[in-house]
Each structure stands twice: as structure tokens, then as C-alpha cells.
Design a protein around this ligand. Structure first.
Ligand code: TXA
Ligand code: MG
Length: 356
């Protein structure tokens, strides 16, 4: 797993303007910044994005510098409607089938790219990822910009994605032109990234707000790219999946086993915090902990995950984070994928998956 790479990180020397998406004049101001080639962070229902005019290579270059992001990791373009994709990509019947049900919403579709999108956006790939966010204020902002918005998550590369204004400010203050502050991200993990293959099937490259089960229900078949749950040596479809991600300052390990097995395992350990579930009373009685929500409430777990990971940075006197293995179904898969990546796939097998 490559280490966090922030070689090209820009110094935090700019004055970052704080705007609010509750004020139309602020959204307008933010869209003017985009039109003149600047960077604006904005709220979406998944996580906050760091936007630039996707048709302006110089503006897009600044995104990579502000995040310290490797240039081979392509960006998603954000559009105000599914039909807008016609200008930038070759769509298909299957694209519209997915779009009709899940857009606007937490899904991103990878399509063959048209010349209208510069290579810097797609890391030189011949495909482009398109997304229509569900958060109304994001749509308003994109519409006002009148250009597609290239936007990765608005965190420093390698850090947990931002789900509120404070997270963005802490990573991006001084590095970007403005933050358009909005609601806390409702979903809390990034969009589900799917690729439509030449054979017209769907592969999930990154699980998110739209689940594998929901996609299967709509189109009959959908597959998971290996990189979602395995630390394999091959090439993931989404270049971003090969990088270490979502890492808090302390080392993370995932614990697979029952609550009793975990309590026993932790008995002789020191300087750690456990990310556990609301029901884990035995863990709570014996260890320093942060609960991520009820065991079966995957939506709440996803909503809180990145904030919980960031909060562990503030805990004094720890050097290790142990996290309980989440469930693999529904949105649990997105939580599992982010924790596996935060842990660089380091798991401790004490038993099976967390019992329900
Ligand atoms: O919810 C989200 O998707 C958020 C918000 C801001 O929209 N954005 C986001 O962007 O998570 P980012 O850049 O952090 O993650 C985009 C992922 C990366 O893993 C990238 O490699 C993949 O999508 N990706 C983008 N374009 C691609 C392409 N043409 N082919 C394969 N993977 C692509
Ligand atoms: Mg990201």
C-alpha cells in the first residue's frame, strides 16, 4: 500500500473566504470564483467537495496542489442533471436506467469520455466519472457555475473525507479561495462509484450511499471490484482505491470477533481507543471507546464514521485505534471499505464478522 503522498502540497498562504450556501448571493459569489478559475469547497449529501471548473486545466491543476493529490488519480465531474453528461461523455441506456432511479443522489457513473473534458481531470484515462449530487444547494451552485465542476473530497490527500464545514476548514484554510459552508453531509461516506463495462454490466469500484443490493435489484447483476474488500496486488478500476486513505494520525487495526473475544484481546493492551457499537457495554466498561452507532444502524455508522476517525486525533495518550469489524451488507459495505483502507487492510482475526 503506497504511503500518503503529499509531495506537491501547496503552502497555506491564501486568504480563504467563508461563504454560506443559505445565502443566494454567496452561492453567486462562489460561482464567480469558479468561473474565474478559482477553487471552492462546497457541501454535498455524501461529503464536502473541492470544486473547480472541469473545462479549465489550470483551475483543475490547483485542486491537486491544494490537496497534495497524486495526478494519476482522476476526478469526478459534478453536473446539475443526468442529461448534462451528453456534453462530456458517451452515455447509454444502462446509464439512464441507473440515473432515472439514483440521480440526483450518491452515485457516480464512469463512462467513455468526450474531448470536452481535459486529460488532467481524468488522469489521462479515456473515461470520465459523472455525478449529480442530491443536496439541493450543491445543485444550485453547479447550475449557477454553468460549467461541470471537477471535485474530489475536500480533505488533504490521505486524510478522512470532510463531512462538515469544520473538517474542511481544518484541512483547506489558506489553500483555497473559498468555502461555501452548508449542512453536515447527510450520508457521510462518498458516492458509490460504478463502471459500465463494454458488456453492459456494472462493476462497483467504490461502495457508498447506493448499495450493491439496490443496484442488483434494478439491473439484475452487479459485481464488486476486488479492491473494495481486498488488498490485492492488481490494478483497481478506480486509481484512487490503491492509495492509503482515510487515515487518522494513529495506527488503525480492524478487529474481527465477538465482543467477549475483543475484551479478552484488549486486556493487556495500552494506549488505545476502540471504535465500537452502542451495544458494546463490556468494551465500554473496560476500555477507552468511541461508539459509531447501533450495531445494525449502518446509515448512522456511515454518517458518523469520518467524524469519529477525525475525533481520534484529539484523544491524548493513545497510539493505536482498534475498530470493530462492521457488517458487509447494505451500507455496511461502505463503512467496512473505509475502515479497511484506514487500517491499510490490517485486520486481527479473533473470530468471524461482528455478531448481530
Ligand atoms: O461523494 C463523492 O463522490 C465525493 C463528492 C465530493 O462528490 N467525491 C469524491 O471524489 O469522493 P474523490 O476524488 O475523493 O474520489 C473519486 C474516486 C477516486 O477513487 C477516483 O480514482 C475514482 O473516483 N474515479 C474518478 N474518475 C474515474 C475514472 N474515470 N475511472 C475510474 N475511477 C475514477
Ligand atoms: Mg477522496
Amino acid at each position: 500500500m503506497p504511503p500518503i503522498r503529499r509531495k506537491n502540497l501547496r503552502q497555506a498562504t491564501m486568504k480563504t473566504k467563508i461563504l454560506s450556501d443559505k445565502k443566494t448571493e454567496d452561492i453567486k459569489f462562489a460561482s464567480d470564483i469558479i468561473k474565474s478559475g478559482g477553487l471552492v469547497a462546497f457541501a454535498t449529501e455524501t461529503v464536502y467537495g473541492l470544486g473547480a471548473d472541469a473545462t479549465n486545466p489550470d483551475a483543475v491543476k490547483k485542486i491537486f496542489e491544494a490537496k497534495g493529490r497524486p495526478q494519476d488519480n482522476p476526478l469526478i465531474i459534478h453536473l446539475s442533471s443526468p442529461e448534462e453528461a451528453e456534453k462530456y461523455a458517451y452515455t447509454s441506456e444502462l446509464y439512464y436506467k441507473i440515473a432515472d432511479v439514483f440521480m440526483p443522489g450518491p452515485i457516480t457513473v464512469i463512462l467513455p469520455k468526450k474531448e470536452t473534458i481535459p486529460d488532467i481531470v481524468t488522469g489521462g484515462l479515456n473515461s470520465v466519472a459523472v455525478r449529480v449530487p442530491g443536496y439541493k444547494k450543491a445543485l444550485e451552485f453547479i447550475e449557477m457555475c454553468k460549467v461541470p465542476i471537477a471535485a474530489p473530497s475536500a480533505n488533504l490527500s490521505g486524510s478522512p473525507s470532510p463531512t462538515c464545514f469544520e473538517h474542511v476548514k481544518s484541512d483547506m484554510d489558506g489553500r483555497i479561495d473559498a468555502i461555501l459552508s452548508g449542512d453536515i453531509s447527510e450520508i457521510g461516506v462518498e458516492s458509490t462509484v460504478v463502471k459500465i463495462t463494454e458488456e453492459n454490466s456494472v462493476i462497483i469500484c467504490r461502495p457508498g450511499g447506493v448499495t450493491l443490493e439496490e443496484l442488483k435489484e434494478l439491473i439484475g447483476e452487479a459485481h464488486l471490484d476486488k479492491s473494495v474488500t481486498e488488498n490485492f496486488d492488481g490494478k483497481p478500476i478506480s486509481p484512487g482505491m490503491k492509495y492509503k486513505h482515510y487515515a487518522p494520525k494513529n495506527k488503525v487495526f480492524l478487529l474481527s470477533g465477538s465482543e467477549d473475544e475483543i475484551v479478552k484481546f484488549l486486556k493487556n493492551k495500552t494506549n488505545f481507543v476502540v471504535i465500537c457499537f452502542d451495544e458494546d457495554e463490556k468494551i465500554m466498561n473496560t476500555s477507552k471507546f468511541i461508539s459509531i452507532g447501533a450495531k445494525n444502524d449502518y446509515k448512522n455508522q456511515a454518517h458518523r464514521l469520518f467524524d469519529v476517525l477525525r475525533k481520534t486525533d484529539e484523544i491524548k495518550g493513545i497510539d493505536t485505534i482498534y475498530a470493530r469489524m462492521p457488517q458487509k451488507d447494505g451500507m455496511g459495505l461502505a463503512v467496512l471499505n473505509r475502515l479497511l483502507k484506514a487500517a491499510a487492510f490490517e485486520t486481527v482475526e479473533l473470530g468471524g464478522f461482528a455478531e448481530v
